[in-house]
Design a protein around this ligand. Structure first.
Ligand code: ZN
Length: 311
């Protein structure tokens, strides 16, 4: 009897947990470290022109990203995202990272059929999707140890924008999505050079800040590198994420599409967001606000001219 009660408690706890995973605002109830009022330095954030350029931030060294690994990778639907678990042999370092980090997986965040779903925003603009390559500091034997280190993880974030042309390299993943439509499903993926997914000519343009995981337990252990130039995919490749992935299991009574799996924006507080040596956005943003100021000034002169001519 006692054992039954315990089992029921565990089942109801899991049900609450599953329901709450869909609502980032409720995560703090189950995971105190997700509560934004108790913990500062959360992710994601909005990137604006308040960033500071750091001339010492050059390109990161992406070891093994050009190679084709042996064996196979695993694509998985965990009910919250689609995750590509890669084999060992890839790592990231340099570019101001405090250590060497081993690449463990990449995953995606997206919106719905008519809404964007990147986690980070640029001048409040949300991109259609965002890809995160998760890397763990090489000195740690496992993720539990890395989550105790303020710089235990290095995540490379890439915005994903949409064009008409198919992205053939992205097809390595999007073509396999139908095999992981439902929560808990996995499929094998033939390894491919990870670099082929990335905007390889613009890898020295990025932003850097210290933040958190964007899913429970929301640990503040992430050195974020957000690349300025997006990855481009086609409308149909985007639709495969927004319309054909479900957060429920295949035999569930009610099927729920997996959509809007991004966490809300958090304040930067006292954090410094750095801009790499080659990043362009800072000057671009300043340029656009400057040009609107110039336009306003010209308009004032014109109006004044009209008024004077009428006098
Ligand atoms: Zn993520």
């Amino acid at each position: 009897m006692h054992q039954e009660e315990t089992q029921q408690t565990v089942v109801s706890f899991i049900k609450v947990l599953t329901a709450e995973r869909r609502d980032p605002y409720a995560w703090g109830d189950m995971f105190p470290s997700c509560h934004p009022f108790l913990e500062e330095h959360h992710s994601p954030i909005n990137l604006d022109h308040q960033m500071i350029r750091n001339e010492s931030l050059g390109p990161l060294h992406l070891e093994g990203f050009d190679a084709i690994q042996t064996g196979h990778w695993t694509l998985k639907n965990d009910g919250h995202s689609v995750i590509l678990q890669v084999g060992s042999g890839m790592s990231v370092s340099g570019g101001g990272l405090p250590d060497v980090y081993h690449t463990i997986q990449l995953h995606f965040h997206w919106g719905g059929p008519a809404t964007n779903g990147s986690e980070h925003t640029v001048d409040r603009r949300r991109y259609p999707m965002e890809m995160h390559i998760v890397n763990m500091k090489s000195i740690h034997p496992n993720l539990t140890a890395a989550l105790d280190d303020p710089t235990g993880l290095a995540v490379l974030g890439f915005f994903i924008d949409v064009v008409y042309a198919e992205n053939l390299h992205f097809g390595h993943i999007s073509q396999k999505l139908s095999s992981v439509a439902y929560k808990g499903q996995t499929t094998k993926v033939k390894p491919f050079p990870l670099m082929s997914l990335l905007p390889k000519h613009n890898m020295s343009q990025y932003y850097r800040y210290y933040g958190s995981l964007t899913t429970p337990p929301c640990s503040r252990v992430v050195v974020w590198t957000l690349y300025e130039v997006p990855i481009y995919i086609s409308w149909s490749q985007l639709a495969q994420f927004t319309s054909q992935i479900f957060s429920t299991e295949e035999d569930a009574e009610q099927v729920t599409p997996l959509q809007n799996n991004f966490r809300h924006i958090h304040p930067t507080f006292s954090r410094i967001v750095s801009v790499s040596k080659d990043a362009k956005l800072l000057s671009g943003t300043a340029g656009s606000s400057l040009s609107s100021a110039v336009l306003l000034h010209l308009l004032q002169i014109l109006l004044l001219g009209c008024l004077i001519s009428e006098l």
